[in-house]
Design a protein. Structure first.
Lengths: 177, 283
């Protein structure tokens, strides 16, 4: 198997792992009326380290995995994450450093964009009760954006070290250009 | 030269836009199948995690001391005795036997009932956008879409999606959940809709189309119950409590907030009510 494809599979597997951890985390916190919605985690590493095609496929499949577990329109997260992937490809060299500010700003904006998309979709289904839940919605958004700061940094660093764990060496340099 | 570069940069976005249009025209059946496949892929992971949690709890209880077990046994016995001592229980039993006797004597076809299937909850997904829980049972145990779901404290939701060994329940708190209901002691139908779970975890719903002569008094709230009109739930299952009713927008009916059971956010086990078909009803 080509190294690029193996890396894409590793990134997809790490996305699945993060999704599982995130769902388990929410399973605990939802009883207190807080939900952490972090789809913005799942596109940045692929867009900066994988080829355009592989990164887009990973973002799309991860989006479909999220779509299948939510009541939003099937494909909303898939297309949203792929669009975020394409936009972040335009971010330049500064996106490759896990310690710089730029990738985290992209993550924050992407997460907010996806939250807005889901909120509009939810609002379209039931406008009246959606207005009544504005307080809860704003708390969920603030909590999600705040949690994304440490989790986003950790997840990028975690994915950055994944191929090393597999004995493949670092992929901090772009694989395909 | 510059236009070549911008065309090259725009190409992936154009491809994505084209794919989006293609996706829009894909038949809904194909999308449902794909969605279901993705769920089936994830289901064993959730079942495993849920079973691991149950096992952890079981091992935790194995280490309970004899004293703790005796205390729990006593509590259980007290609870059972209190339930049996309620005057309504023997009365219900008597009325049920009387109904059966009359049905047999008059050769009346018995009303279709419900078959109860107990299921463990493997995952709770309660956000501001959707409120669902996933069960560890599915079509293999005859669960069907649209079946009513109840918990120990009343109505819990309705099955939204069913897989081979999993089912998703749209919770009663979900704004997309609507059901016909009635107040205790009044058989006129009203509409119940889920409201959500605000921060702090106290779920609520909204009741509409309430006749003007109904109003809760101080210290005596109205209890909202299920109605048999929808066919999903049997009549008389508790939904929640209404403390206040206000005039609706149309001026003809009133509406109000329904306080739901707080345990809805912590569900661990539920009962799915499957409509009994003729063959099972006659058993």
């Amino acid at each position: 198997m080509k190294r690029q494809n193996l890396c894409a599979l590793l990134v997809l597997a790490s996305n699945c792992l993060a999704l599982f951890l995130l769902f388990s985390w929410n399973d605990y916190w939802c009883r207190h009326g807080i939900y952490f919605y972090l789809p913005g985690l799942f596109f940045l590493f692929g867009s900066t380290r994988l080829s355009n095609r592989n990164g887009a496929i990973v973002a799309f499949i991860t989006g479909l995995l999220i779509d299948s577990t939510s009541t939003s329109s099937f494909g909303l997260h898939a297309f949203g994450l792929t669009l975020c992937h394409l936009i972040s490809r335009e971010g330049g060299e500064g996106m490759k450093s896990t310690r710089s500010l730029r990738p985290h700003i992209y993550q924050q904006f992407a997460n907010l964009f996806l939250i807005t998309s889901v909120s509009i979709s939810s609002f379209a289904q039931s406008a009246e009760t959606a207005i009544q839940g504005l307080e809860r919605l704003s708390i969920d958004i603030i909590a999600s954006q705040l949690l994304l700061i440490p989790v986003g940094a950790w997840f990028l660093a975690f994915q950055n070290n994944l191929p090393q764990l597999g004995g493949m060496g670092s992929v901090t340099q772009p694989i395909a250009q | 030269m510059a236009s070549d570069k911008s065309t090259k940069r725009a190409k992936p976005f154009l491809i994505l836009a084209g794919f989006l249009v293609f996706w829009w025209w894909i038949p809904a059946g194909w999308k449902l199948t794909t969605r279901s496949s993705f769920r089936e892929f994830q289901a064993p992971i959730w079942e495993l995690a849920s079973r691991a949690e149950d096992l952890g709890e079981y091992w935790g209880h194995l280490s309970d001391s004899k004293k703790a077990l005796i205390e729990k046994g006593r509590e259980n016995a007290r609870g059972s005795a209190a339930l049996e001592a309620k005057p309504s229980i023997p009365q219900i039993k008597l009325l049920k036997s009387e109904i059966t006797r009359l049905e047999n004597a008059l050769s009346v076809i018995p009303k279709p009932g419900f078959q109860a299937v107990v299921a463990r909850v493997s995952r709770r997904d309660l956000s501001a956008w959707w409120q669902t829980v996933t069960l560890r049972k599915g079509s293999a145990q005859n669960l069907t879409t649209g079946a009513g779901v109840i918990s120990a404290n009343g109505m819990a939701g309705r099955i939204r999606e069913v897989g081979k060994r999993w089912a998703t329940v749209r919770l009663v708190t979900s704004p997309q959940f609507r059901v016909a209901a009635q107040f205790e002691g009044d058989d006129r139908p009203v509409t119940f809709q889920g409201g959500g779970i605000p921060t702090g975890g106290k779920p609520f719903g909204i009741v509409r189309d309430v006749p003007h002569d109904l109003s809760p008094s101080d210290g005596k709230p109205l209890r909202l119950l299920t109605s048999s009109l929808g066919g999903t739930f049997p009549a008389g299952i508790s939904i929640g409590i209404v403390n206040k009713l206000e005039g609706g927008e149309d001026g003809l009916f009133k509406s109000g907030r329904v306080e739901l059971d707080e345990l809805l956010g912590k569900l661990r086990e539920v009962t799915v009510l499957l409509p009994r078909n003729d063959s099972t009803a006659s058993e």
